[in-house]
Design a protein around this ligand. Structure first.
Ligand SMILES: *Cc1c(COP(=O)(O)O)cnc(C)c1O
Length: 402
């Protein structure tokens, strides 16, 4: 029976793990005529973004900004410190670690992958072993995805730094915080990341198009020792621009600057600790609901241990083909779009539909999350997918602090 209820009218909700929901204030800030890029307020706005982005990253280091998506941030960071023939170590807990590894390979690096599967975090003992085995210190960088968006596994970057120090390995620690920045707590300097990459379209609440590479003096020394660095990706002039055009090596992403300025104003008005606490609480509400559904049915959180779940994205298993059917149902009937599974299909089974993801990054609050969970509950019921009871009560209890 097709549903008589076609409820797409009303504000739609894109609950995928990036791009994320954009605040109206950000969109309004961007809705303007093209500004002069040679003088005027755009020059001051660009300069004002730098300290504010560093505050979000919790670093006193340097920042290079690029026009590009997360993949551009990956390549930008690598292009400054990895030359053909260099070796990188990649502890992988999902598709994005492999993606960054492939990008390093494309730049001529030798890639050593430690694959920890799709449901568990890094195993620090195995990382320590790999670093210890590298007595010649050939590994130049460890590419560390903080939150792997494909699996929603959150890794412990500070502990990785601890292991590298303990072993006494001089490699750079390069962190991918594209999913986590502005959602899950991250402290670049305190946790000892030498390089950190991010994009603007997830926790920072701006349309896709800006990429960021933060780096410290140690990483910059590695950059200066490189035989050559592509002129476009070179972080030096971008981090120390003598002229406005040098920030982006050409035309600035003008409208993004207005949007990002407004987003950063919102972020700093709320405060990083409050933002992390909000994401934590909303994530706990989602987990409570999912655990209730899972108690008696087919739905299962991909990451079993709460301590290793991201507060920005949640990956869920729901026996094929129900996951895709659920996504189709909520989109067509509720105007609620859930995220697809990424890199999760069993080998040789591209038609597998047993996985989906929820994005809860950036501009989200309790009523949106209750709406998201209520929509999933309705979808499970409409499709006759067996599921445990009490999910919404459990989520509301978390939000109500009872
Ligand atoms: C989204 C994401 C990327 C890729 O970003 P794009 O903007 O899609 O290129 C890389 N790493 C992580 C952890 C991400 O969440």
């Amino acid at each position: 029976m097709t549903s008589p209820f076609k409820g797409r009218s009303g504000r739609e909700y894109l609950a995928i793990p990036g791009p994320s929901v954009m605040p109206d204030a950000v969109l309004q800030a961007m809705h303007r005529a093209a500004p002069n890029i040679y003088a005027g307020e755009i020059v001051d706005i660009a300069a004002s973004l730098v300290p504010d982005l560093k505050a979000v990253a919790r670093t006193q280091g340097h920042l290079a900004m690029y026009i590009g998506n997360g993949h551009a941030a990956w390549e930008a960071a690598l292009a400054n410190v990895i030359a053909p023939g260099d070796t990188v170590l990649v502890p992988a807990t999902g598709r994005f670690a492999h993606g960054w590894a492939e990008m390093a390979e494309g730049l001529g690096a030798t890639v050593q992958i430690l694959d920890f599967g799709k449901r568990a975090p890094w195993n620090m003992d195995q990382i320590a072993e790999a670093l210890r085995a590298d007595t010649a210190h050939k590994i130049k960088a460890v590419l560390a995805v903080h939150v792997d968006t494909s699996t929603s596994v959150r890794n412990d970057v500070a502990a990785l730094r601890g292991v590298m120090d303990e072993v006494g390995h001089p490699a750079l620690l390069m962190a991918d915080c594209i999913a986590s920045l502005g959602c899950d707590a991250f402290e670049m300097d305190a946790w000892g990341a030498d390089v950190m990459v991010a994009g603007c379209q997830k926790g920072l609440m701006v349309p896709p198009g800006m990429a960021f590479v933060f780096f410290n003096d140690k990483a910059d020394a590695v950059r200066r020792a490189m035989p050559r660095v592509s002129k476009y990706w070179d972080w030096s002039p971008r981090a120390n621009p003598e002229e406005f055009y040098m920030y982006w090596n050409g035309t600035a992403p003008t409208h993004h600057l207005y949007g990002l300025r407004t987003a950063l104003d919102m972020i700093h008005a709320e405060g990083m600790e409050a933002i992390w606490a909000r994401h934590t609480k909303l994530a706990r509400a989602i987990w409570a609901a999912c655990e209730a559904w899972g108690e008696d049915g087919l739905l299962e959180l991909n990451v079993v241990d709460r301590a290793h779940r991201s507060c920005a994205v949640t990956a869920l298993r729901l026996e094929s083909p129900h996951a895709t059917a659920l996504r189709d149902w909520t989109e067509q009937n509720l105007g609620l779009t859930l995220g697809i599974g990424l890199g999760m299909a069993p080998p040789g089974d591209p038609a597998w539909h047993g996985f989906f993801r929820l994005g809860h990054m950036g501009h989200v609050n309790g009523h949106m999350i209750m709406g998201l969970l209520g929509g999933i509950e309705a979808g499970l019921s409409a499709l006759g997918v067996p599921h445990g009871r009490g999910a919404l009560d459990a989520a509301a209890g978390v939000i109500a602090d009872v």
